[in-house]
Design a binder for this molecule. Sequence first.
Ligand code: SAM
Length: 255
Amino acid sequence: MAVHLAPTIEPIGVIHSCFKEKFGIPRQPNLADKAPGMLKFFPEFARPEAVRGLEQFSHIWIIFVFHRAVKKDGKWSAMVRPPRLGGNKKVGVFASRSPFRPNPIGMSCVRLEDIEATAKGPVLHLTGVDLLDQTPVLDIKPYLPYSDRLDTARDGFAPAPDNKTCQVNFSSTAATQIREREKTIPNLLPIITQVLENDPRPAYSNAQFSSRKGDTGADGLDKERVYGIRLFDFDLKWQAAGNKIRVLCLDPASD
Ligand code: SAM
């Protein structure tokens, strides 16, 4: 029997994030702790008194909708293949943090850098986000270390990843472009480095799991494959070989 939700749940606002597509977004918050985002409230919720006191907390929970993870047929699967298991082993959807779930609701604990008072209401400035641009937000709650931090918790098949899985280096073109763009995008170099150090490649195609052999050159890079990640207003172009990643350039976004 369906239980009806009362009152109806509706988004209170939307995330503006540096991540313009799903590929490249860290798999959990704070893996790229410099990755910026903003939460802008919809007019009905953009009331300064609704966030009064929130500035006293360093971190907040964002409860959101995985709006780009709904299957075309509207169905859900009881089992999913977490990237952490190489993409070839299944676990129950409720044993996972997969975006594809019966109710596509996610939760991320991120750093609250600042609450900006604007003419359109408060804007929350965040870092450490793992959220796609335009993600609808359902709720915000302060992170309470005394209750939310559980030092004795078991982490099953998802132990803390090595967030320096890859070594990242930059072509001189990319280094120059990044220096220039840092005039308007603070921390761009560490943001790009952190995103790539986490190895955005699907687990089954990376060095640990792959038997795929590309055409590697003297520098060991796979010369065939150039990856692209939509970040901010550019396409980040890079190549990889094993755990080495080389950033080639920042191209203007293609759309
Ligand atoms: N921390 C959240 C949680 O545990 O509920 C999200 C974890 S989920 C594994 C993180 C991935 O969700 C990201 O790497 C990105 O690919 C995807 N994602 C982020 N925002 C999304 C959105 N609005 N719609 C669909 N997928 C999204």
